[in-house]
Design a protein around this ligand. Sequence first.
Ligand SMILES: Cc1cc2nc3c(=O)[nH]c(=O)nc-3n(C[C@H](O)[C@H](O)[C@H](O)COP(=O)(O)OP(=O)(O)OC[C@H]3O[C@@H](n4cnc5c(N)ncnc54)[C@H](O)[C@@H]3O)c2cc1C
Length: 258
Amino acid sequence: MKIAVCVKQVPDATSARRIDSATNRLDRSGEGALNATDVNAVEEALRIKEAHGGEVVVVSFGPAKALDSLRKALAMGADRALLVSDEAAAGSDLVATSYALAKALEREGADLVLFGQQSSDSDGAVLWAAVADRLRRPLISQVADLGVDGSSVTGKRQTEFGYDVISAPLPVVVAVSDAINEPRYPSLKGIMGAKSKPAETVSLADIGVEPERAGTSGSRTTVLALAPPPAKGDQIKIEDDGSAAEKLVDWLAERKLL
Ligand SMILES: Cc1cc2nc3c(=O)[nH]c(=O)nc-3n(C[C@H](O)[C@H](O)[C@H](O)COP(=O)(O)OP(=O)(O)OC[C@H]3O[C@@H](n4cnc5c(N)ncnc54)[C@H](O)[C@@H]3O)c2cc1C
C-alpha cells in the first residue's frame, strides 16, 4: 500500500508569534518544527506499513527550510519526502494550498492520503476537506482509530456525542485526531538514516501548477486588517489558600454571573 502523509512545518511552539506588517502574514522566518498533529499521521502511516507493507511518503508545501522538519518524519521511519517549494507560492491561502497539494498528490497516486487534524499556526482544520474534494476522493476526518484492509478503510470518528464508524473504499483521504496513537521518538539510527533517504524538492511547474493558481494570485482571501487581541479587562488572580472557591463564587456573584 502506498501512503502519502501531508505534513506542515510550523513556527516552533517556543517562538513568539509575530505578524509581518508589510505582508499581513505570519512571520515564519524563525525556527520551524513539524506540526504536532501531523506526527500522529506519520505514526499511523508507519503502523499501517508495518502491518501491511508498502511505502510512506511525506508531502509538504512550504519554504525550502521545511525540509528540516520533513527529516523528522524520515527519522521516524518514512521512506521519502516530497517538498513543493517555490518563490511564487508565498502568500498561498487555503484555495491555492489545496490546489498545489492535490497536484502533488495526483503525481504520487497514493492509495491512502493521511493528514493531521490541524496546523498550530493557522488552525484551519479544513485543508484535508479541500484536498479530498479536489482529488474527488472520499474523506473521513477526526479519526481516532483506523482499520485498513486490502480495499477499504474503516475509521472511528470522534464527534461531540460519541463515535461514528465510517468505511470508505481506497483510494481515500483520512485526517487523524491526536487521540489515534502515541507517536514514537526517532531513534539515533533513524536520525542518522534520515540523512540518506530521498528528499525531493519540486517547483510548482514540476507538478503542473499554473503560476496564476499559486501564491497571492491563486488565493481568494484578502486580509484587510490585523490587530492584536484586545487587552484583558477586569480580572483578578486568586491564590488558593483554602478559600479560593469561596472567593471565586463571591467574585462571580458581585458581577451577577451566578
Ligand atoms: C492570505 C493568506 C496568506 C497566507 N500565506 C501563507 C504563506 O505565505 N505561507 C504559509 O505557509 N502559509 C500561508 N497561509 C496559510 C496557509 O494558506 C494555510 O496554512 C493553509 O491554507 C493550510 O491551512 P491550515 O494551516 O489552517 O491547515 P489545517 O487545515 O489546519 O491543516 C490540516 C492538516 O493539513 C496538513 N497541511 C496543512 N498545511 C499543509 C501544507 N502546507 N503542506 C502539507 N500539508 C499541510 C497537515 O496535515 C495539517 O495537520 C496563508 C493564509 C492566508 C489566509
